[in-house]
Design a protein around this ligand. Structure first.
Ligand SMILES: N[C@@H](CCC(=O)N[C@@H](CS)C(=O)NCC(=O)O)C(=O)O
Length: 239
């Protein structure tokens, strides 16, 4: 059995979608990041970066002690290797998939995250930051559109892979990012196909009711007031 430490956000959906796609049994362990639960000693022992998602696989393919993992990209690769699914075995397909997964992890996710922050959560509208991230996210959507035109059905080629799941989870929030999918016809076509998949729907629905509709002051402090001291304080509680 796998424990899924999760909150319903784009990074969380990557893991829930993959678990649903693979049909792996899992236990949902909510981590309310708006209430600071990511700093609990138990969670920091699994995810020292105080970010979800994280998993604990109590039945790793190698046998032995449970395996704990954080970073959604690492979780996707692990689950793909555990099940032999959604990561092509051939050299080209495997590395095309990993390349686009890294593109999501190092580019689309962080940039869209900052775009969302300055659009929705910053206490004041800062024109330079708004323009900087809006342009970069627009560029990244353009890159994805061009890639989908080249590759055909899916991001890394003819097969649906973990790269699609990772990228889709961030494209899912395009409306909040003030992006019209109709400006990116290949992305729109791909997105509309993926959202029909029953496992994708189940993954997106996981924990839907957990999240508060609006961010309150407590959540703002838990999420945007972090320093090294927040981690030290959480780790300290352990002893
Ligand atoms: N690179 C990490 C990012 C994970 C991440 O940023 N998760 C956010 C929610 S989407 C989180 O746990 N935030 C809690 C916090 O900021 O303390 C991954 O892909 O797993």
């Amino acid at each position: 059995m796998i424990d899924l430490h999760y909150w319903p956000t784009p990074n969380g959906w990557k893991a829930s979608i993959m678990l649903e796609e693979c049909g792996l049994p899992y236990t949902l362990c909510p981590v309310n990041i708006g209430r600071g639960e990511q700093f609990s000693p138990e969670f920091l022992a699994i995810s020292p970066n105080n970010r979800m998602p994280a998993i604990v696989d109590h039945d790793p393919p190698s046998g032995g002690a449970p395996i704990a993992l954080f970073e959604s990209g690492a979780i996707l690769v692990y689950l793909a290797e555990k099940t032999g699914r959604f990561l092509p075995a051939d050299l080209r397909g495997r590395h095309a998939t990993l390349q686009w997964l890294m593109w999501q992890m190092g580019g689309l996710g962080p940039m869209a995250g900052q775009n969302g922050h300055f659009l929705l959560y910053a206490p004041e509208k800062i024109p330079y930051a708004l323009e900087r991230y809006a342009k970069e996210v627009d560029r990244l959507y353009g890159v994805l559109d061009a890639q989908l035109a080249r590759s055909g059905h899916y991001v890394a080629g003819g097969e649906y892979t973990i790269a699609d799941m990772a990228i889709f989870s961030w494209i899912r929030i395009h409306k909040a990012q003030q992006i019209a999918l109709s400006d990116f016809p290949q992305v729109e076509r791909w997105y509309n196909a993926l959202i029909q998949r029953p496992a994708v729907k189940r993954g997106l629905d996981l924990g839907k009711g957990l999240r508060a509709p609006k961010m309150d002051e407590e959540a703002r402090t838990a999420l945007f007031g972090q320093t090294a001291q927040s981690v030290r304080a959480g780790a300290h509680k352990r002893s």
